[in-house]
Design a protein around this ligand. Structure first.
Ligand code: SF4
Length: 107
C-alpha cells in the first residue's frame, strides 16, 4: 500500500467518524417538536384532545371508542410511537392517544 493511499484511507476514516459524531450531537441537541395542547386555538377548532376518551361526545357524536391519533390516516408516525406529526398541526406533535374531529381510519 502506498503512502498516498494509506493517507487517503486514514483521512477518509477520520472524516466519516467526524460526520457520524456531528450527526449524533445534532440529534441529541435538536429538541422534539412541542405537543399540541388541548387548549391551543387550533386544537379547540377541531376538538383535539390529548386523551381520546375525553373527546366531547356531545359536540362530536362521530367519535367512537377506539378512535385515536395512532390509528388515524393522518398520523405520520408508527403506531408504537407515543406522539407524532399530523398535518393539521404543523411543527407540533399530537399524542398517539389523542383524537380530533378529523379522525379517519388508517387503512
Ligand atoms: S387528524 Fe388524526 S392524527 Fe391528526 S389530530 Fe386528528 S385524529 Fe389525530
Amino acid at each position: 500500500m502506498t503512502l498516498q493511499r494509506r493517507t487517503f484511507i486514514i483521512h477518509s476514516t477520520v472524516a466519516c467518524g467526524s460526520l457520524v459524531a456531528a450527526q449524533t450531537a445534532l440529534a441529541q441537541t435538536t429538541p422534539a417538536a412541542d405537543l399540541v395542547k388541548d387548549t391551543d386555538a387550533a386544537a379547540l377548532a377541531v376538538g383535539y384532545v390529548t386523551d381520546a376518551t375525553r373527546a366531547n361526545k356531545v359536540k362530536y357524536p362521530t367519535y367512537a371508542a377506539g378512535q385515536r391519533c395512532g390509528a388515524c390516516v393522518l398520523y405520520e408516525a408508527s403506531a408504537s410511537e407515543k406522539s407524532g406529526p399530523c398535518p393539521l398541526f404543523p411543527n407540533k406533535q399530537v399524542a398517539a392517544g389523542g383524537w380530533c374531529s378529523s379522525w379517519a381510519k388508517k387503512v
